[in-house]
Structure formats: structure tokens, C-alpha cells
Design a protein around this ligand. Structure first.
Ligand SMILES: [Zn+2]
Ligand SMILES: [Zn+2]
Length: 374
């Protein structure tokens, strides 16, 4: 039997046991070694995000290929040979391949119109039941984007590929439209402000720093996150407890950017006031990337004239295309000795304590909470 944490509805999570799945010709079975609690999981748990139930939660998983059906590809998404016993992680979407976005904009298959996502849209109602990472096993469907974990990269760090994919995609949106020589978009030596230093904000700081940003300025009020962000490439921190008004924060950003404002602002706090403030922090002609509002937290009040007067570019980020996992793994492997990724994982729980793991994810004393099946 396989233990899994099943979401049944608002604030109801139950540990259930399922028979170990029989692997079909086109499927595979992954033994989960790690699964992160995402920022979305507490929202699902609290009932702010509509999902079908019953649902095994968890989409940030990594593990070991335990069984593979005869038709399941023997290569990963980068063409590397794939076999039983390999350490892997996944692009968590199962895209349809047939809608307008899959056919005409495949590099943005995050916009697929018939997309399924492990741990978010695939219920546990029917066998093989196990389509989420808060479980000892995940059943891999045909069409899964499997990536082998680069050699020398720990599986626990590989389980950060999903938040790193969100972080790098958010940051990479700042490159376009991009002609760095004309001071458009991101380029080496450009200033970056990150509003909100949760896991993804911290990983975005690491990505920006690695790409040559300077200064990387984080805005945050929680000490633990501030201390962590300093180890992940933040050159400057604007502490919300010290700079308590938006005017004070705007003045500080200008002080740190030759009086201009930031070339790039990444909004990763997910509160309407932060989006409003992003327009004050960016320099004229700069870029704002909005990532934080993945759930509906209400409207911001924006005077569109500020967008006009600043001649600013604003881009949205809806998750990431599956290919971004390849980029994330590559960056994690490249920087594993530069940034202390394991320190991000402040809480670890077995499947049986999934609810505690989710509640820890809501707690400000947590950076990353992870399920580590026994
Ligand atoms: Zn996630
Ligand atoms: Zn599609």
C-alpha cells in the first residue's frame, strides 16, 4: 500500500492508502524522495483556489524511476538515456499538444488550454490514483516531461526545480523587449528590485545575481527571509520594518540606483499594494514583472497615467513552460556550491504530517517546507 495526503475540501486533508499501481505500457512509477510545499498549496488547503477533489496534493517533486512501461520513453526531455533507478524531476504540466498554444506558441505551453497539472488538476478518484507528490509514489502518465537530475546534484535540491523555474522565468521575462545596449530590458550590470523574499523571491535573487545584476535589492519584513536572501545574492535589503512607507522605500531604491529607480522590478509579494508600489520603484523606461498574484487577492488601484508617463513595460508570468525545468536544473547544478540551497529547506515532514507541512508553509518562520517520504 502507498500512503498519500489527499485534499478533500477546505481545510480537510486525509492520509489515505492506495494499492501500489500496476504500471501500464505507456506509464511509469516514480518513488518520491522529496516534494516541496508550494505557495499555492496553502491557498488550495484554505479553499482560495478552486481544484477538483479528492486530490493528492504536491507538484514540486523529485524521486527515483522505479518502474517503466514498455512504451514509456527511454530518454528524458534532453535526450539523455532514462532507466529504472535514475533520479529525476518533472515539468509538472501535461500539455495537450493540440490547442492553439501548443501548436502555435509551443515555447509558451504554460498557456495550453487543456492542461493537466500533477497535484493540482488530476484527482485520485480512479486508479492508479497517485498523481501528486505528497505521496510515496507518483504515477507518471504518457506525455510527462521527465528530466534527469544533473550528475552531482542532490535530489533535495532538484526538488527546488519547480520554484526555480518560476523564479528564472519571472526574471527572464525582464529580458524582453530587450536591447541592453539601448538600456531596454535586462542586461548585465542592471539593477533589480525584488518585492517579497519567499522561496521564489530568494531564488530570483540568485538567478539575477548569477546573470550579472547589480545591485539586487530585496524588499521584505521577515528576518529569517532577509538573512537567507543575503546568502542568495541580495546586495541590499529594504527592511519593511525600517522603511515603513512606500515613499521611504521609493527614496531608498532611488538612492541605490543613482536617483533613477530600478531597471527591473519583480513583484513577488502577491499583494495589490506591492503591485501599485512597483510603479514607483521602477525607473522610466524600465520593466515590471508581475508574478505574485497567482490567486485572486483583490484589485490594485493604479493610475494608468503613471504607466504612460514612465514609458514602462509590464509583463505577467503564469507559471512556466515545462522546458523551464531544464533551465532551472541547469542553474541549480551550476550554482550549487555558490548558494546554500539546502538552507532554504527549513522544515521537513513525512507524508503522514502533510498538514503540518502545509501549515508550516503559511508560517513566517518557514522558508521552504518539504515532504520527505520515509
Ligand atoms: Zn510550485
Ligand atoms: Zn494545449
Amino acid at each position: 500500500m502507498v500512503k498519500a495526503a489527499v485534499f478533500l475540501g477546505k481545510e480537510q486533508l486525509e492520509i489515505q492508502e492506495f494499492p501500489k499501481p500496476k504500471v501500464e505500457k505507456d506509464g511509469a512509477l516514480l518513488r518520491v524522495t522529496h516534494c516541496g510545499v508550494c505557495g499555492t498549496d496553502p491557498h488550495i488547503f484554505r479553499g482560495d483556489l478552486a481544484v477538483p477533489t479528492p486530490l493528492v496534493l504536491g507538484h514540486e517533486f523529485a524521486g527515483i524511476m522505479e518502474e517503466m512501461g514498455s512504451d514509456f520513453p527511454r530518454k528524458d526531455m534532453l535526450g539523455k538515456p532514462l532507466q529504472i533507478g535514475d533520479a529525476v524531476t518533472l515539468g509538472t504540466s501535461l500539455v495537450c499538444g493540440e490547442c492553439y498554444y501548443c501548436r502555435f506558441v509551443p515555447q509558451r505551453n504554460n498557456l495550453c488550454e487543456n492542461c493537466d497539472i500533477y497535484g493540482i488538476t488530476l484527482t485520485s478518484t480512479e486508479a492508479p490514483h497517485l498523481f501528486g507528490g505528497f505521496s510515496e509514489y507518483v504515477y507518471l502518465k504518457p506525455g510527462s516531461w521527465v528530466f534527469k537530475v544533473p550528475e552531482g546534484l542532490d535530489l533535495e535540491i532538484a526538488a527546488l526545480a519547480d520554484p526555480m523555474a518560476c523564479a528564472t522565468r519571472t526574471f527572464e521575462r525582464a529580458y524582453s523587449p530587450g536591447l541592453p545596449s539601448a538600456n531596454e530590458g535586462f542586461g548585465a550590470g542592471k539593477s533589480v528590485v525584488i518585492q517579497g523574499l519567499g522561496t521564489i523571491g530568494i531564488l530570483a535573487a540568485a538567478a539575477a545575481k548569477t546573470a550579472g545584476a547589480y545591485p539586487v535589492i530585496g524588499i521584505e519584513g521577515v528576518d529569517l527571509r532577509i538573512d537567507m536572501a543575503k546568502k542568495f545574492g541580495c546586495d541590499e535589503i529594504i527592511n519593511l520594518n525600517e522603511y515603513t512607507t512606500k515613499e521611504a522605500r521609493e527614496a531608498r531604491v532611488k538612492e541605490l540606483t543613482n536617483g533613477l529607480g530600478a531597471d527591473v522590478v519583480l513583484e513577488m509579494a502577491g499583494i495589490p499594494a506591492a503591485f501599485e508600489e512597483s510603479l514607483m520603484l521602477v525607473r522610466p523606461g524600465g520593466k515590471i514583472i508581475e508574478f505574485g498574484h497567482f490567486s485572486d487577492v483583490g484589485n490594485a488601484s493604479i493610475n494608468a497615467q503613471h504607466i504612460v508617463n514612465k514609458d514602462v513595460d509590464i509583463s505577467g508570468v503564469f507559471a512556466y513552460p515545462n522546458s523551464q525545468i531544464g533551465i532551472a536544473l541547469n542553474l541549480l547544478a551550476a550554482t550549487k556550491d555558490r548558494f546554500p540551497y539546502k538552507d532554504l529547506i527549513t522544515h521537513r515532514f513525512p507524508v503522514e504530517e502533510a498538514e503540518k507541512a502545509i501549515r508550516a508553509g503559511m508560517d513566517k518562520t518557514c522558508v521552504k517546507s518539504m515532504i520527505v517520504p520515509k
